[in-house]
Design a protein around this ligand. Structure first.
Ligand code: AHM
Ligand code: MG
Length: 394
């Protein structure tokens, strides 16, 4: 048991010392003194139990524990959503393991080649897609999946899943062009209650407004791996502790500042931006002490990473219409709606420059939309510029 404690708390010197004391007591106990056995054994047990509670129970809450505890927020919940979130968490850990090995391509084999074990090496976005589909298909709580990687929806027609309550829309590996250069990427997911009555999911189950989302979240594979999700009762973030292989609550009840100092947009497309966006960018660059301008420009090119940073420190992310993306680049159903749900739950705003993202009625599975999201005051100001200087998105 002490060895288990030891490995759990391997990072803490102080806890190591305390565990050392417990070990010494245990050794003494084993050294056959009847007195020590009688007197110190209960003492060490109490000490160990207190230590366990103090350092483990009270400080570390795993994603699994948190999900189960939060189930009581929904009095009639039968645990299906909890299990679905757990399935997503498991797939995320598997994808994380592979993303972390991306730099080893020369050793393990490039995508399209055969690796040292003679297996075909897959592109990571394909691998991530397969992992999430597998986890959701066998979990039994999801009757259909819509993925950025698949043209059509994937109905799940197994006896345990075909009548499940939920469908999941997912971008399995967003920003995947960043993988080769060791820059953060992410997974984005959105969960809806099905609208069809039974059997495997149909496309209409995914054609729902973002306001109908039951839960949404992202996983960021960055300098650490985090899962951030909401079920409409605030946003909570969990950091993967690789030593125990668990997501642990690290960012409870995340809220985004009403304003920030960062704007995130691919300014290389400037000439093709709507006038409202051009004017807003100039506004961001002007000097004004009262609004802490000029703002900093930060653009990673992975929406999950840019939005995650802005969520924590305050800021705005914009992907407007451009010449090559006349409807915007990001997808409404599995990129913008889940991000909008999270951002709103954290106190921010998400629009297409004019309308609230979550109220847009989807017409196509892979529909694109311009996206303006982040700190409430900044998004409002950007939208004011759009209304003043752009009659439409162009
Ligand atoms: P993807 O789903 O093909 O990865 O595209 C989405 C990504 C976002 O994560 C990111 O913000 C944006 O595309 C970057 O696009 P660009 O390189 O045009 O700035
Ligand atoms: Mg994407």
């Amino acid at each position: 048991m002490f060895d288990v404690f030891g490995s759990c708390f391997a990072n803490s010197d102080r806890i190591h010392k305390e565990i050392g004391i417990i070990r010494q007591i245990a050794v003494k106990i084993r050294q056959n003194s009847r007195f020590i056995t009688l007197v110190l054994c209960p003492t060490s047990a109490i000490f160990a139990s207190t230590l366990f509670q103090k350092h483990f129970m009270s400080k570390v809450q795993t994603l699994g524990q948190f999900i189960i505890e939060k189930q009581t927020d929904f009095p009639y919940a039968k645990g299906e959503l909890s299990r679905l979130l757990r399935d997503i968490g498991i797939a995320a850990k598997i994808v994380n393991r592979e993303v972390n090995k991306a730099g080893l391509a020369d050793i393990l084999g490039e995508a399209g080649e055969t690796n040292v074990q003679g297996e075909a090496v897959k592109k990571l976005d394909v691998f991530a897609n397969e992992q999430f589909i597998a986890a959701l298909s066998v979990g039994g709580e999801c009757c259909g999946i819509a993925s950025e990687e698949n043209e059509e929806i994937i109905p799940i027609d197994t006896p345990q899943s075909r009548n499940a309550k939920y469908v999941v829309a997912i971008d399995p590996l967003d920003g995947s062009s960043n993988i080769d250069v060791n820059v953060s990427v992410g997974t984005i997911f959105s969960i809806y209650r099905r609208v069809s009555l039974s059997g495997p999911a149909t496309e209409e189950d995914f054609m729902q407004r973002g306001t109908e989302q039951v839960a949404a979240g992202y996983v960021i594979y960055g300098s650490s791996t985090m899962m951030v999700y909401t079920t409409g009762k605030g946003v909570n973030g969990f950091t993967l502790d690789p030593s125990i292989g668990e997501f642990c609550l690290s960012h409870p009840l995340m809220s985004t500042p009403s304003s920030g100092k960062t704007y995130s947009i691919n300014e290389g497309n400037y000439v093709h931006f709507p006038d409202g966006v051009k004017k807003y960018i100039k506004y961001c660059q002007e000097e004004d002490k009262s609004t802490k301008r000029p703002y900093s420009s930060r653009y990673i090119g992975s929406a999950v990473a840019d939005i995650h940073r802005n969520l924590i420190t305050g800021g705005i992310y914009i992907y407007p219409t451009t010449a090559s993306s006349p409807n915007g680049k990001l997808r409404l159903i599995y990129e913008c709606n889940p991000m909008a749900f999270l951002i709103e739950q954290a106190g921010g705003k998400a629009t297409d420059g004019f309308r609230r993202i979550m109220e847009i009625e989807p017409k196509k599975l892979h529909q694109r939309t311009p996206f303006y999201a982040g700190s409430a005051d900044m998004v409002e100001t950007a939208c004011e510029f759009m209304t003043r200087f752009s009659t439409a998105h162009r």
